[in-house]
Design a protein around this ligand. Structure first.
Ligand code: PMT
Length: 416
């Protein structure tokens, strides 16, 4: 049974040359078990005929907002409610602007406004149009509303230009949609996640810390719990509510986080994610009384904290998959790969914390997934969406590990 079994997906097709690729997207989504209905804009119908997409989807294609016959069969509000996901692909620059403006003057934009389902947008346009600040602003508006932007990819374009603006391949669009629907692949598995900052005391009223809000780690814990995992969230001091189904362990200092992480992986754990921003140093002496203001300078001697994730990765109870984060301000990929190798991690999720709009304390993030096969960028999206995508990728990686282990066992048995 496909992962999208019983899921209803609407694809809103707008008028770009990449519209022909939607045939493949329909095939993939249906192959994964989804029921797919198509809405076509006027422009889209100049590139592909409704009859083609009707034959592939198995449903009449919806084209008009004010069509009596269509409204009798399935009205636009009913259509909006029918959807478990609404995907606009390809999304032209004009359709992005219309969605960002909240227009409702055709069937596609009206349904996008009326649907309670998550909305995905896969842009495709000329590279210059994609670079235009007007398009960038529209993308920012849509992202801020929780809409997931998929792509676009870079490469040669139909108009002869080379650059970013190609529709992301249908297989990747389909994967991004699938990732949104929690499968219960982590049922019976245990996941330990660290989140938030640590606080390193200087005296009873002062401490050294950082800007981590815990949002990224809490979103990951929520996604892991939704995927069925027994989820332990080891959290530094933050003001967030504990996600449903998650066991939270509160800590303050790096030393406390270190002890809690090593303790909690003693119970066999499949996945450890270190999203916490752990202070690398702590004050050598934690003054028992408030430090008095004397002199113009104050010297504080700092000593190294243990590297928690390195010890998790080296531990005899090492989880099957150990995933770290890297907060970098320059040379993102190089530094992330160096951390991955240095700390013996399977994966590093690298975020550029020099940008004010992502990383620390923001609701959105954009990261690169770095593993032994190389790296790829996960485009800007909400931390909630990103967490679902990252957990889905961890599930794939765990499955690959299992296949590998099975092969090793089989070859050992063959040798005997
Ligand atoms: O909490 P938010 O506001 O949502 O922000 C999210 C985030 C920016 C904090 C998060 O996405 C992130 O990047 N977390 C890691 C921040 C960090 O400390 O990066 P680092 O490059 O210093 O550390 C690399 C890895 O080693 C991390 O997995 C970290 O948890 C781990 N580490 C670091 C130091 C230490 N003493 N022990 C560790 O385990």
């Amino acid at each position: 049974m496909g992962h999208l079994h019983n899921r209803n997906i609407i694809i809103g097709v707008t008028g770009g040359i990449a519209a022909y690729k939607i045939a493949e997207l329909i095939r993939l989504l249906r192959g994964d078990g989804a029921a797919v209905r198509i809405i076509m804009s006027q422009g889209a119908q100049a590139f592909v005929t409704p009859l083609t997409l009707q034959s592939l989807s198995g449903f009449p294609v919806h084209t008009e907002l004010l069509d009596e016959t269509a409204e009798m069969a399935m009205g636009h509000i009913e259509l909006a409610r029918w959807a478990d996901a609404f995907v606009v692909a390809p999304a032209t620059a004009d359709s992005l602007a219309r969605l960002a403006a909240g227009r409702a003057d055709d069937l596609l934009t009206t349904t996008a406004l009326a649907t309670p389902a998550p909305v995905f947008v896969a842009p495709a346009m000329n590279q210059q149009m994609w670079k235009n600040p007007a398009t960038a602003t529209n993308i920012q508006i849509l992202t801020g509303r929780g809409i997931t932007i998929i792509g676009p990819d870079a490469g040669e374009q139909a108009c002869g230009d080379v650059g970013q603006g190609r529709l992301t391949e249908p297989a990747q669009i389909s994967a991004a949609i699938s990732a949104h629907f929690p499968n219960r692949a982590l049922e019976g598995r245990r996941v330990v996640i660290s989140a938030g900052p640590t606080r390193e005391p200087l005296d009873p009223v002062r401490y050294i810390s950082n800007h981590s809000s815990g949002k990224m780690g809490f979103a990951l814990a929520q996604a892991a719990a939704e995927a069925g995992a027994e989820t332990i969230l080891i959290s530094g001091p933050v003001t967030l509510d504990t996600p449903k189904g998650v066991t939270r362990v509160n800590v303050n200092t790096a030393i406390e986080m270190h002890a809690a992480c090593l303790q909690h992986i003693k119970t066999p754990t499949e996945l450890f994610i270190g999203s916490a921003a752990v202070a690398d140093y702590r004050a050598e002496f934690n003054a028992p009384q408030k430090i008095k203001k004397v002199g113009d300078t104050l010297n504080v001697s700092l000593i190294r904290n243990p590297d928690i994730i390195t010890e998790v990765a080296k531990s005899s109870s090492r989880p099957s998959l150990v995933v770290g984060f890297a907060a970098e301000t320059e040379n993102l990929i190089e530094h992330a790969e160096a951390k991955r190798q240095g700390k013996q991690l399977d994966v590093v999720i690298a975020n550029d914390v020099s940008r004010a709009d992502i990383g620390f304390n923001s609701d959105v993030n954009m990261v690169a997934w770095v593993d032994s096969a190389g790296h790829d960028v996960v485009p800007l999206t909400t931390k909630r969406n990103l967490a679902k995508l990252l957990i889905a990728r961890c599930i794939e990686k765990l499955a690959a590990h299992c296949d590998q282990d099975e092969k090793i066992v089989n070859s050992l048995e063959d040798e005997r």
